[in-house]
Design a protein around this ligand. Structure first.
Ligand code: SAM
Length: 217
């Protein structure tokens, strides 16, 4: 598991974003998407600095694939963009909405998409309150992928997921990776109880890949 505390000083949490004067420390990270080896750039103040998170790697390698007919898909909490870029490579006709509260993260994600030769990633720095605040209210998604920010706390995470799932088109789906030590199993129970039918696609190294939906609400 990537250590989010690695990015902690001198700001409170990786998800609030670094202070503007936090020195840049760009570090390359290799991300393998199918038969492509991408060299992406991570930076200080952003989740998973200098290494691809193991859960994210599992979601990319073994998670659900986007359908060819999708037109709008989202990476909720994009960080420096490994999931968003992989989605864009696999679903070149869809707009990939890369959403994060951390402005340095969305900037890196946009740069990494460009450097990978994809033009369909739209990086948007969103507000946490209300969830996805600042994203055009007309934008809806066929499906969402996420290594979600569980460290924001259960109540905030639930609000974020409710807000994001409200953007799913009828029959939409979501594909999450969460570690069991970070509450994957209670999250699955909560999702089911909320009316978001959830199945466990895979369990490996303590990570759960959860498939949510189809969502009809
Ligand atoms: C576990 S990290 C995953 C980052 C990236 N997708 C990856 O796999 O390396 C979760 C991300 O969610 C972002 N985040 C935190 N709160 C958020 C919110 N309310 N809305 C959107 N993104 C948020 C964090 O800044 C962080 O980049």
């Amino acid at each position: 598991m990537a250590d989010p505390t690695e990015t902690s000083a001198p700001f409170a949490h990786y998800f609030t974003g670094p202070a503007d004067d936090l020195p840049r420390r760009p570090r390359p990270v290799e991300v393998v998407v199918d038969d492509q080896r991408l060299s992406l750039v991570s930076d200080a103040g952003v989740f998973s600095h200098g290494a691809l998170d193991e859960g994210t790697a599992l979601l990319i390698a073994r998670g659900a694939r986007p359908e060819a007919e999708f037109t709008d898909i989202a990476d909720l909490g994009c960080g420096w963009g490994p999931i968003a870029v992989s989605l864009a490579l696999r679903c070149p006709h869809a707009t990939v909405w890369a959403l994060d509260t951390n402005a340095r993260a969305t900037g890196l994600c946009a740069d990494n998409a460009r450097a990978s030769g994809v033009t369909s990633v739209r990086s948007v720095t969103v507000d946490a309150d209300p969830p996805l605040g600042g994203l055009d209210p007309e934008v809806t998604f066929d499906a969402i992928w996420s290594n979600p920010p569980v460290r924001i706390g259960k109540a905030a995470l639930h609000d974020l997921l409710r807000g994001a799932f409200a953007r799913l088109r009828p029959g939409g789906t979501a594909h999450l990776v969460v570690h069991k030590h970070l509450g994957s199993d209670s999250l699955q129970r909560w999702l089911d109880a909320e009316g978001y039918p959830t199945t466990r696609r895979l369990s490996r190294l303590g990570y759960r890949l959860l498939d949510v939906g189809p969502v009809t609400m």
